[in-house]
Design a protein around this ligand. Structure first.
Ligand code: ADP
Ligand code: MG
Length: 298
């Protein structure tokens, strides 16, 4: 089979606490796969086990057919890792950060220099090649770490929260770069994120995690169709009003001060709008956030 990663009953305990609770999943070659879930869901723990940086408590995990328990050297040579925390060397300039890293992979200097220049061009940082890392913006640092992870031409790129803490326009730039990589390099991209829009936009497959367990999986559209009704009606600042729950075909949910109704047809929802008078009303297709908030609500 064309599997990049295969996990069976993957488990991680920290003392008495179980951070990853025996999960099974597969990632196909060449796809972008998202681990999506709230803070503490277990995303980074899974990423670290895949990257051979944290041993399994139980279960099995294979990366391109290599067993993480015994073949970490083989695995490290074919994965590129973008960790959650930026870990560039502040004493080195942009290009030097790439060159130094290339030594871990025993890339000859001439090739490392060529490859660094190509990658700096790809991430649009050529003009900053001699700048100190401290002088880069958050988005530039993130792009540089992505370039660093690509130096040794890995088959799998692991990105732990690639855009957390960045401005929306900067997130967009990184998304475009990742999309370009997927299209042109035939890389398998595995990213973790707590942003539903990021997972929905970038990935073909999603593993929706909560408290170390899988709560949904599949293509974003499939998950939405499978787990929630098709349309959502959202009414803001409706706290003081009594929800209109009469029809069993409609699912109601309160979120903060908002009322939300879900149904499979728009008509079932429009009949509710009048009741809310002048309040702000949004009628939209259901999204992954709805899936998450309905599943973890139960
Ligand atoms: N080294 C550790 N020791 C103890 N608990 C940990 C350790 N690393 C992570 N955890 C706990 O495991 C859970 C999952 O953490 P993590 O994988 O970092 O979540 P995520 O990346 O989804 O935010 C959290 O409750 C976290 O506090
Ligand atoms: Mg994390």
């Amino acid at each position: 089979m064309n599997l990049a990663i295969e996990a069976k009953n993957l488990t991680k305990n920290f003392g008495n606490f179980q951070a990853v609770k025996g999960i099974t999943f597969q990632i196909k070659r060449g796809e972008t796969f998202a681990l999506l879930g709230e803070n503490g869901a277990g995303k980074s723990t899974i990423m670290r086990m895949v990257a051979c940086r944290s041993p399994l408590t139980d279960g099995e995990l294979y990366v391109e057919g290599f067993d993480v328990k015994y073949q970490d050297r083989e695995i490290r040579s074919i994965i590129g890792v973008v960790p959650q925390e930026n870990n560039l060397d502040p004493d080195l300039n942009v290009r030097e950060n790439l060159i130094v890293y290339s030594r871990y992979f025993r890339i000859p200097l001439k090739i490392a220099l060529e490859r660094s220049d190509e990658l700096l061009d790809f991430i649009k940082l050529s003009e900053k090649a001699n700048a100190k890392v401290d002088h880069l913006s958050g988005g530039m640092k993130r792009r540089l770490i992505i370039a660093r992870a690509l130096l040794h031409q890995p088959q799998i790129l692991l990105l732990d929260e690639p855009t957390t803490g960045l401005d929306p326009n900067v997130r967009q730039e990184i998304w475009e770069k990742l999309e370009e990589l997927r299209r042109t390099e035939n890389l398998t991209i595995v990213l973790s994120t707590h942003y539903m829009d990021e997972a929905e936009k970038l990935s073909q497959q999603i593993l929706l995690l909560s408290h170390g367990k899988i709560i949904a999986e599949g293509a974003p559209r499939h998950i939405i169709e499978d787990k929630v009704k098709k349309f959502a009606l959202e009414i803001r600042e409706a706290e003081s009003l009594v929800p209109q729950i009469k029809d069993s075909k409609i699912f109601f949910q309160k979120r903060g001060t908002s009322h939300l109704y879900f149904a499979d047809s728009v008509e079932e929802l429009t009949s509710l709008i009048n009741f809310y008078g002048t309040r702000q009303v949004i009628l939209r297709p259901s999204n992954l956030e709805d899936v998450f908030l309905q599943l973890v609500d139960k």
